[in-house]
Design a binder for this molecule. Structure first.
Ligand SMILES: NC(=O)c1ccc[n+]([C@@H]2O[C@H](COP(=O)([O-])OP(=O)(O)OC[C@H]3O[C@@H](n4cnc5c(N)ncnc54)[C@H](OP(=O)(O)O)[C@@H]3O)[C@@H](O)[C@H]2O)c1
Length: 317
């Protein structure tokens, strides 16, 4: 497993990170037992993955807490988050939440602690009223670095992270980026590189890039919306030109994200051991040929209206 330095944190991280949240929650969403969920994570750790992302709302913090027992904590990088949506977040709820995360994760520090799914309208409040609590927790040694993640399906032009990078208050950001929606390249990744901010990518696959049948539907929809030029793609097999250099659509999707300049960790969420094995192999494969990358950039250059999860992106209730 390739590793890199997570920006200014200087943490050494695997290029593939385990996403312990939606859609799979390490298998919780697909009916796996707790012990099977723990085994998925152990399988990833044994293969060289040392980065895992979770949150107070995923109910996977206790699974991670169990999976790290008996391992060298200093080599594992844990990212967890405090959700900021719907409930008003206060310094008190942050403190309580952090205490609970530490207990569930069975650790005395968190490597990257982020505000989760921050929508643009909440950003100012979180900086003025909550950020100081994160700084204090950092001074107390409970967290090592402070991060922020966007709500991609509501903020597809990355307003939150644009603000966050201008303010330069955050050591790590999590951004939505994939073959279909590449808007983060200009909006986020360039500035993150300038500021040496650590970058986690989410949404590398989601629905559109997990199966070719779904991709065809998304491409047809984006052609109808005028965001893809039909002369650029063969609708029967939109990414067929990648067949010579990739083994599957997810393989292409992960390698595309991994080698995007500015990206450090690509999160991969699964509860399926076969998918995990395949994904681990993808991260060991060489870069996609440059001509293929440029063709993907060209085909999807005007796509702004989807995250790859749904053709009608709607805010969560
Ligand atoms: N705002 C936020 O902060 C936020 C929001 C969303 C996600 N996240 C983080 O990002 C992580 C990853 O989420 P994501 O959105 O980036 O999801 P993703 O990894 O793009 O997609 C995961 C989906 O792809 C499937 N999958 C995985 N490998 C596959 C393969 N080889 N072949 C076919 N299907 C495959 C999984 O199903 P199986 O289980 O069947 O494999 C799952 O349904 C989350 O776990 C969470 O940690 C953060």
């Amino acid at each position: 497993m390739q590793t890199t330095t997570l920006g200014r944190t200087n943490l050494i991280v695997s290029r593939m990170g385990m996403g312990a949240g939606d859609p799979s929650r390490l298998g919780q969403r697909t009916g796996k037992t707790e012990s099977e969920c723990i085994d998925i994570l152990k399988q990833a750790f044994d293969a060289g993955v040392n980065f895992v992302d979770t949150s107070d709302t995923y109910s996977t913090e206790p699974i991670i807490g169990q999976a790290i027992q008996g391992r060298d904590r200093g080599r594992i990088v844990i990212s967890t988050k405090k959700s900021t949506r719907r409930k008003k977040v206060t310094p008190k709820t942050i403190e309580e939440n952090l205490h609970n995360s530490l207990r569930c994760l069975r650790t005395d520090y968190i490597d990257v602690y982020s505000l989760h799914g921050v929508v643009p309208q909440d950003y100012n409040y979180l900086v003025t009223d909550v950020y100081a609590t994160l700084r204090k927790a950092r001074e107390q040694g409970k967290i090592r670095f402070v991060g922020i993640t966007e709500m991609f399906n509501e903020d597809m032009t990355h307003l939150t992270l644009r603000r966050g990078l201008e303010d330069d208050l955050w050591d790590v950001v999590m951004v939505g980026f994939n073959i279909l929606n590449q808007t983060a390249r200009e909006a986020v990744l360039q500035k993150a590189m300038q500021n040496n901010v650590g970058v986690q990518v989410m949404f590398a696959l989601r629905k559109a890039l997990s199966q070719p049948e779904h991709l065809k539907d998304f491409v047809a929809h984006l052609i109808r919306k005028g965001e893809i030029d039909p002369v650029d793609v063969d609708l029967k097999n939109p990414l067929g030109f990648l067949d010579a250099s990739t083994v599957s659509l997810p393989d292409a999707a992960y390698r595309f994200c991994r080698d995007e300049p500015g990206v450090h960790v690509v999160l991969s969420g699964t509860g399926n051991p076969e998918h995990l094995a395949a994904n681990l192999t993808s991260f060991d494969r060489p870069p996609l040929p440059e001509a293929d990358v440029q063709r993907l950039v060209h085909i999807f250059r005007n796509v702004v209206s989807t995250t790859g999860q749904s053709m009608i992106e709607e805010p969560r209730a």
